[in-house]
Design a protein. Structure first.
Length: 559
């Protein structure tokens, strides 16, 4: 399935209409109206890396519109949310299983049909979504998301879009240093800052605290300390306004919306709430800029416990949805995109307009995604570069001087490399000469204090172990703290604040040169993400962005 073309439209953008439901079953309403929209399916896939099964969603994505016996273009867009599980197993697993979960997500996506949009997890700041009660901080979610995104792109193809899970609005259950009050928008912004440009799209949730249609456009604010946050449906604007400029070209999907901001049910009324919600998102999109591609009503399913949010058996709500279908509520007023499978890159919006104006013969194919180049959105192609001069204006960027300067720099670097090679050869000769004069003497090692069993540990969790022959790298860190911070303080932070089994490093070297062994070499501790499995982590205390290591630290580290 790697590299398959996305279904739903020629460009892979998905249907142009905003309409849709969380859960399949109500899609006939959209198709009968000739306005195909979206369906979200949620799957519990676990984190067994040996499980390879997928599912076939093509019955949804291939479903055409009825029209006098003629086959019409495919209509429905499919979004699948990948969950490790549900309460108490967690929407994503514990950190020690992130690699396995990423492998499982990738195999599921690669072995499924009819979907190319995958949401990783759900409402990570909500206590009900925590794996066995362990909080999911923005750092932890970003780590998990990035692993899943890379694995899905590697296995299923880079045309698959891996979407950030939606943050629960109005929920302040997850606090952490820098966000002590658990602000949900700050939580969301911190995730965006962690993932940066390695993101394919964003999911949001938006609700009202009641069934009054006027709440859709209400300007009400929350009570202190959240008086700067919107209380009603326009909470989505708080989230949209928190997205940095460098990520404002990404697609946004509202995957849950209802009247239950306080957990209340849908009221079976045709009162205009649903048309008002679609009109609000349509109005946002008509302003131009970052587009919201769907508004999914939560939820169609008959399996909803207590029938609080079940739409399928509420006739007045269905009539309200049909009234919304009478409008022309879309997302593509400003957004345009095209995927280039040869380079695995997307060209979007005004960048695509300029590409279409000059053509591939002049521009070449895209070499990069859009990125922030000193505050200017930029994208490089085989032959040219483009940069944004205004929110919806792009022009060709002169690159002749850049190419010349780059060639001159390459020549300088080549000369430096040649000089360094000569110096290296001279040093090798000196070493050979020294060896011929006298044998090398044994160097004494400084004492190492083993404090593995004395440091704070998690009451239940333990790092997994490895064989010594799996170790191939030594990875050097600085604590990025005051140099007086001890190994014990680091261990307390890693256990109590990060939820890790113990301190992340194998050795800590203090300013006086004292070396403490803080983990057994066989422990796969957390200190360098993907390199944890084969690396030994050595941490020098101090912040080397502001100062240099002490001579004693350097001596101990070298020994």
């Amino acid at each position: 399935m790697a590299g398959q073309k996305p279904l739903g439209s020629a460009s892979g953008a998905g249907p142009r209409y905003l309409y849709g439901f969380h859960d399949p079953g109500g899609e006939h309403l959209m198709l009968d109206a000739g306005k195909p929209g979206w369906v979200l399916v949620t799957e519990k896939i676990g984190h067994d890396p040996h499980s390879t099964g997928g599912l076939d969603y093509s019955a949804l994505s291939d479903r055409g519109l009825p029209s006098a016996g003629r086959a019409l273009p495919r209509g429905l867009g499919v979004i699948v949310r990948l969950n490790n599980g549900y309460h108490p197993d967690g929407t994503i697993p514990e950190p020690e299983h992130y690699d396995d979960f990423a492998t499982r997500c990738a195999s599921f996506a690669a072995n499924s049909r009819g979907c190319h949009i995958w949401v990783i997890g759900n409402e990570m700041n909500h206590s009900q979504e925590r794996p066995h009660g362990r909080p999911i901080t923005p750092d932890l979610y970003a780590e998990c998301y990035l692993k899943c995104r890379q694995a899905i792109h590697d296995r299923a193809g880079s045309d698959h879009r891996v979407i950030l899970g939606a943050v629960a609005p109005y929920n302040n259950e997850t606090s952490y240093p820098g966000n002590e009050i658990g602000d949900w928008v700050r939580y969301f912004a911190d995730i965006l800052n962690r993932v940066g440009g390695s993101c394919d799209g964003i999911a949001l949730h938006a609700y009202t605290w009641g069934a009054d249609p006027a709440l859709i456009t209400s300007k009400d604010r929350m009570d202190p300390p959240f008086h700067h946050r919107r209380k009603q449906f326009r909470v989505y604007r708080d989230f949209m306004e928190a997205i940095p400029q460098s990520m404002q070209h990404l697609p946004v999907y509202i995957t849950e919306a209802n009247q239950g901001g306080a957990g209340g049910p849908w009221l079976d009324q045709k009162n205009g709430w649903i048309p008002a919600a679609y009109q609000e998102i349509d109005a946002w999109n008509r302003r131009g800029g970052q587009q919201i591609r769907c508004l999914l009503l939560y939820r169609w399913s008959k399996a909803d416990p207590g029938q609080r949010w079940n739409i399928s058996e509420k006739g007045n709500l269905i009539a309200d949805f049909q009234a919304a279908l009478a409008g022309d509520y879309r997302w593509d007023y400003a957004a345009r995109e095209r995927f280039f499978p040869e380079t695995g890159k997307w060209v979007c919006g005004p960048f695509l307009d300029l590409f279409n104006r000059y053509g591939e013969a002049i521009c070449g194919r895209p070499l990069t995604d859009q990125f922030d180049d000193g505050g200017v959105q930029t994208q490089y192609f085989d032959n040219v570069a483009m940069h944004a001069t205004a929110p919806d204006q792009v022009r060709l960027k002169p690159v002749g001087r850049e190419v010349r300067d780059a060639r001159l720099r390459i020549c300088e670097l080549e000369a430096q490399v040649a000089d360094l090679q000569q110096q290296l050869q001279a040093l090798k000769q000196q070493l050979e000469d020294l060896r011929s004069v006298a044998p090398l003497t044994e160097v004494s090692h400084p004492p190492i204090a083993n404090v593995v069993d004395a440091l704070p540990r998690h009451p239940a969790l333990r790092y997994r172990t490895r064989a010594l022959d799996e170790i191939t790298h030594v990875i050097v860190h600085h604590s990025a703290t005051l140099p007086t911070v001890t190994a014990e303080a680091m261990a307390r932070y890693h256990v109590n604040d990060r939820g890790w089994p113990g301190i992340g490093y194998h050795f800590v070297i203090a300013v006086d040169g004292t070396i403490q062994q803080t983990n057994e070499l066989t422990a796969v501790s957390y200190h360098a993400r993907d390199a944890n499995a084969y690396g030994i982590g050595i941490c020098f205390t101090g912040n080397f962005a502001l100062e240099i290591p002490t001579e004693a630290q350097m001596e101990s580290g070298a020994q």
